[in-house]
Design a protein around this ligand. Sequence first.
Ligand SMILES: Cc1cc2nc3c(=O)[nH]c(=O)nc-3n(C[C@H](O)[C@H](O)[C@H](O)COP(=O)(O)OP(=O)(O)OC[C@H]3O[C@@H](n4cnc5c(N)ncnc54)[C@H](O)[C@@H]3O)c2cc1C
Length: 287
Amino acid sequence: MHPFEYLAPESLDETLAILARYGDEAKVLAGGQSLLPILNYRLAQPAHVVDINGLPLEGMRLENGRLRFGALTRHATLEESADIRHHCPLLSEAARLIGNVRVRSLGTLGGSLVHADPAAELPMVMLALDARFTLASTRGVRTVPARSFFTGYLSTTIEADELLTEIDVSATPAMGYAVEEISRRAGDFAIVAVAALVRIDRRGRVDDARLAFAGAAPTPVRVSQAEEVLSGHEPTVERVAQAAAAARAAAQPESDTFVSAAYRRLLSGVLARRALARAVSRALEAA
Ligand SMILES: Cc1cc2nc3c(=O)[nH]c(=O)nc-3n(C[C@H](O)[C@H](O)[C@H](O)COP(=O)(O)OP(=O)(O)OC[C@H]3O[C@@H](n4cnc5c(N)ncnc54)[C@H](O)[C@@H]3O)c2cc1C
């Protein structure tokens, strides 16, 4: 590991001042589950590491029908909190699939979003939830929708002097939900993952359908082509299969050392069908 100065600010203002002073030469440390391997392999060699674990950025509060998560909320909290499971069960179902118990007890929501691994569950789920991210710096505060946050492989719109402080999503207790994924071994990153949310109106038709992929492109993506096939229609088995076929056609996966693009595309269709079918069945129970 390249030598660095370790800083542990105790307030948000102090943290933002450090980030403003050092810019690209500083790296924020949250759960360390992605950053420490990167430092170990010398893929990044920051002169300053800014440990934010002393800041009061952990936990969720409910405000006007929206859930507001501090960026330091651990994956294990998303998985285990009864409150979060009630108001946003999609998030709990996704968090359960991340890595192993050690990773989930240290890793944070904010760290996963800023790291922006294209196969990670939480960025995908945030797209499906139409989340908004609060980014703070000494220049002020801005809110970025999840849809414009992820810009490329491991890349986002966050600037070097900005800190992700809060993530907010609408509560979705009345929507059917499902996350499906395939990975090589339990606890590995997914090859492809899918998140689905479906709401059914009193006439038995879909009035809100949302589908997002991880591992099917260099960034997590929303699959509007599949959502359009379902919206306004009865969610029959045939309709769900058509939506899954549209999702498969829309996927733009790439090949890597382990998996071909063709296999990822195949998985995209299969997992989209499974996730939509499960979300529809939960939505029918909730309707
Ligand atoms: C064995 C193993 C298996 C894993 N499996 C999975 C998996 O299946 N699915 C999955 O999604 N992830 C997986 N992960 C990654 C894990 O979820 C990480 O916890 C997460 O990606 C990063 O969160 P962190 O809090 O550890 O962030 P860190 O590692 O501390 O930071 C990650 C990056 O985000 C930046 N950062 C962190 N917080 C902020 C903030 N608030 N504002 C600005 N920048 C910030 C850091 O500077 C760094 O660049 C795995 C990790 C390991 C080690």
